[in-house]
Ligand binder design. Structure first.
Ligand code: 13P
Length: 252
């Protein structure tokens, strides 16, 4: 069966010490009040080794926010999937809309990143989602289908089953404008139907599909209450333990 997951995406926030403090606080808070879902934090590369060590004995998982599309070599400034895995991190966000929009990550590049993440034992949290003009034109399904098929549909069913998906409508990210629970459910059900068409009903039923975009303590419960919404990928609200805990408690 698929898992319910709440994942934080710290983006480009927090110095190393601030990240360490946040991880320690999160560990303590969740030890005192156990979550009803899997919880993980995806941090900038420089935090990974320290945060993975802090959270080693806890139930909180750790992931990166990106990895390179090459395995090693002369790629100045890049960080490989193997390097990420060597820190103790188990997850990696791939295909975030900010990477696609600001750093030119194409579906072809993302396909390589997914393969390398899987080859190094990392669980990709693969992000998909349309921009506002695409939704206004009624093209959201088409956009999401292309993102899925061009980056993931070469995978075997076995490899696909290792992937977590995150639907993040770009117009909802950091804008305070959340998708309605109805919009989220409709898209998540569509995504699951696409997976069923490609990999079968069982694989579709076992895939965790997270929602991301202005998810916060006041809307998490309603969003997570939808049958095809298996949790959230959380930006701003992951930067404060009280807010992140409020989102996690959406599963209580
Ligand atoms: P916000 O929660 O800040 O809208 O960001 C969502 C996101 O992009 C998570 O990856």
């Amino acid at each position: 069966m698929r898992k319910n997951i709440v994942a934080g995406n710290w983006k480009m926030n927090k110095t190393l010490q601030e990240g360490i403090d946040l991880a320690k606080e999160l560990k303590d808070v969740l030890a005192a009040d156990k979550p009803n879902c899997e919880v993980l934090v995806c941090t900038p590369f420089i935090h990974l080794a320290s945060v993975a060590t802090i959270l080693e004995e806890s139930t909180v998982g750790v992931g990166a926010e990106n990895c390179a599309d090459k395995s090693s070599g002369a790629y100045t400034g890049e960080v490989s999937a193997a390097m990420v895995a060597s820190t103790g991190a188990k997850y990696v966000i791939l295909g975030h809309s900010e990477r696609r929009a600001y750093y030119g990550e194409t579906t072809g590049i993302l396909k390589e990143k997914v393969k390398l993440a899987l080859a190094n034992g990392l669980t990709p949290i693969f992000c998909i989602g349309e921009v506002l003009t695409e939704r206004e034109a009624g093209k959201q399904n088409e956009v999401v289908y292309t993102q899925l098929s061009e980056s993931l549909f070469d995978l075997s069913v076995e490899d696909f089953s290792k992937i977590v998906l995150a639907y993040e409508p770009v117009w909802a990210i950091g804008t305070g404008k959340t998708a309605t629970p109805g919009q989220a459910q409709e898209m998540h059900a569509y995504i699951r139907s696409v997976i069923a068409g490609k990999y079968g009903k069982e694989a579709a039923g076992n895939t965790s599909i997270l929602y991301g975009g202005s998810c916060n303590p006041s809307n998490a419960k309603e969003l997570f209450g939808n049958p095809d919404v298996d949790g959230g990928l959380i930006g701003g609200a992951a930067l404060k333990v009280t807010d992140f805990k409020g989102v996690i408690d959406g599963f209580k």
